[in-house]
Design a protein. Structure first.
Length: 73
């Protein structure tokens, strides 16, 4: 039930986005700039999420040998 509702919501948002893109050539300059800023923001958030996941999942520093100082005898 929840997955059908989510699918329906995503479909509605996709249709609104497609409608907005189709009307973009007739839009004002402010609408075009605001749309571009929103797309840039979404792209930046997705890029930061991918970078954060790749940094956490692919931490290569754990594979290095760590040298510890010798204790005094």
């Amino acid at each position: 039930m929840a997955s059908q509702k989510l699918s329906h919501e995503v479909t509605i948002i996709g249709q609104k986005l497609l409608n907005k893109i189709q009307k973009l050539p007739q839009a004002d300059h402010i609408e075009i700039i605001s749309f571009a800023v929103i797309l840039l923001f979404i792209f930046t958030v997705l890029l930061m999420a991918v970078l954060a996941c790749s940094y956490c999942c692919c931490d290569f520093s754990k594979k290095r040998l760590r040298v510890l100082p010798e204790g005094e005898v």
